[in-house]
Design a binder for this molecule. Sequence first.
Ligand code: GCO
Ligand code: MN
Ligand code: MN
Length: 383
Amino acid sequence: MYTPQASDHFTFGLWTTGNRGRDPFGSEVRPVLSPVDNVELLGELGAYGVNFHDNDLIPIDATPSQQAQILRDFSAALQRTGVKVPMVTVNLFSEPVFRDGAFTSHSKAVRAYALQKTMAAMDVGAQLGAEIFVLWGGREGAEVDAGKDPRDGLRWYRECVNYLCEYVRDRHYAMRLALEAKPNEPRGDIFLPTTGAMLGFIATLQYPDMVGVNPEFAHEAMAGLNFTHQVAQALDANKLFHIDLNDQKGPRFDQDLRFGAENIKTAFFLVKLLEDAGYTGMRHFDAHALRTEDAVGVRACAGGCMRTYLILREKVKAFHADQEIQALLSDLSARGDKEPIVYTEAGAKRLRESAFDRHAEAERGLGYERLDQLTMELLLGVR
Ligand code: GCO
Ligand code: MN
Ligand code: MN
């Protein structure tokens, strides 16, 4: 029941299962996992797909013939295992040249280089069948507000995303872009810090239909936000093109914990939202094993992400089937009919003249305490 199937659309980044446990205070603790071995591992674990930054697969200084060899070996591993490449992204943060941003750098030459690097990554993605291209602007931000008018940053960002949409159209790639927000880290403040901010920005683009969001659990938690609500807004706007699932202990450094490791109730309501909405996209786990772990722990982390998702999906079914929970919910929905509120002049006149007993309406409680306790008991396995 909790064995991942291809139809579950679970994916991992080469950088997640390949994460070597380096942090700002210590070096790598795990050996290199080659992209080919990484794909084999994901195939064994039952993942549907693998995603990567350009340089997770192709070293930045690879020659064209080295690149071709790497792509041949990687494609062979994909063939062997049946693992797909649904999403590709670009590293615009590791190289020193990007230390003040890529698309928002003061230097026009750096912005152009960032575009060149992104177009090359898009070519590789298209070749491997990726339909989503994620842009995470980790260095697009500031520590010193004297250094840059943020409106310039946003204008340059917009120019670059517009440029990339034109490129995708020119090349006839079946590719949509998904913007990933993060409030901070590695920059003190990152521009467009939340999914809601990204949605506002997308509306200002030249091809808004080509661009959506890739919300990440940990990132919204870092901003103190309710991840499920952020994802709901993206769904409501038809902009949930991709999702990064993991976990996080509140507003501190980005932890990319195993999905469900920390905020089990939020994880449950997130799974419920995705399943109830019939979300058909990828369920990408941007989680990596703790630095304490070896290769066994890496498997436990990746396998655990998928298993927890599947367990929560069963809990969603149980929630929908639970008579006491459903009775409380139907009591809530019985508090008004389903007709939308629509303005008409005559209707507004009637409403202005009608009497409303606000005291009577306010008397009855909502039953949320009981509902939450029942949810908790269901999650804790005693229902
Ligand atoms: C992070 C980000 C990244 C991005 C990845 C895709 O905080 O490090 O979540 O993992 O998802 O770079 O572009
Ligand atoms: Mn993250
Ligand atoms: Mn991410």
